[in-house]
Ligand binder design. Structure first.
Ligand code: ZN
Length: 260
């Protein structure tokens, strides 16, 4: 073997070894959590989305929800399209997290994200859940049932056929629903919630299928934090002005500021 051939063989070997190392590094290192710098001022609201059941157009509903929330000029809203963002240490810089995802056919955000979210709410921040967020973690994280108050139970009937129904204000004295009127909406009336955490229902609806009353929006405490959970919001049309007002006021309440 001449020196030239030997050095060529060595070079090729080194390149292959370097490529193998790079591939291993890719497998071993988790991607860094997305940058989560909050807005400079105001109440900082983070919508966490990026995956949902195929019938749920999160690319349309998340911006629509943001637009409706920002009608309260105190709320600075940002959307992050990766549920693993919940693992970021920067989560602590926010005031409210909105769960707007359902980890359909894949595991939900992992142990770091779960612990971080639990600490966030337990420590006194706000949590908001919308529509199929009640199905997040798909039963794989028991504590989520306590955080969310009620979760999707696949053994129960899912919802009434998509259509119009009346959302009734169940407690007109609560800061979230004070001054709001019952309203018509075009959505899915969820009938699939299970759980026994003590919740306080602020809005409900009567099913056209079984005539039973189901919660559409409710609140609960978690540690020092506040949780506002609404199952409304199937698609962009479902985020009408009345639903917007409910979400906006629920979000402000969860942040510990007066709903407007
Ligand atoms: Zn839906």
């Amino acid at each position: 073997m001449t020196n030239a051939i030997r050095s060529n063989v060595l070079r090729r070997y080194c390149l292959r070894a370097a490529a193998a190392c790079a591939a291993l590094a890719c497998v071993a290192a988790a991607p860094p959590p997305p940058d989560l710098d909050p807005p400079a001022k105001g109440t900082k609201v983070l919508i966490v989305t990026g995956i949902d059941y195929p019938g749920h157009p999160w690319r349309e509903t998340a911006p629509r929800l943001k637009e409706l929330l920002e009608k309260d000029a105190r709320l600075g809203v940002r959307i992050v399209e990766d549920p693993e963002a919940l693992a970021s240490p920067k989560l602590a810089l926010w005031d409210v997290v909105i769960i707007h995802f359902q980890d359909w056919e894949k595991p939900g955000p992992g142990p770091e994200a779960r612990a971080n979210l639990t600490r966030f709410v337990e420590g006194g921040k706000g949590l908001v859940l919308t529509h199929f967020a009640c199905g997040a973690w798909d039963g794989e994280w028991p504590e989520f049932k306590k955080l969310a108050g009620r979760v999707w139970d696949p053994k129960l009937r899912g919802h009434d056929p998509h259509g119009t129904f009346t959302v009734r204000i169940a407690d007109s004295a609560h800061p979230i629903t004070k001054g709001l009127s019952s309203f018509e909406t075009l959505d899915e009336l969820y009938t699939c919630l299970a759980g026994d955490a003590p919740i306080h229902v602020v809005a409900d609806a009567v099913s056209k299928v079984d005539n039973k009353v189901y919660p559409m929006a409710f609140v609960l405490p978690y540690g020092k934090g506040r949780v506002f959970h609404s199952v409304l919001g199937h698609d962009a049309r479902a985020y009408n002005e009345a639903v917007g007002a409910l979400m906006r006021r629920g979000c402000a309440w969860a942040a510990g500021i007066e709903p407007k």
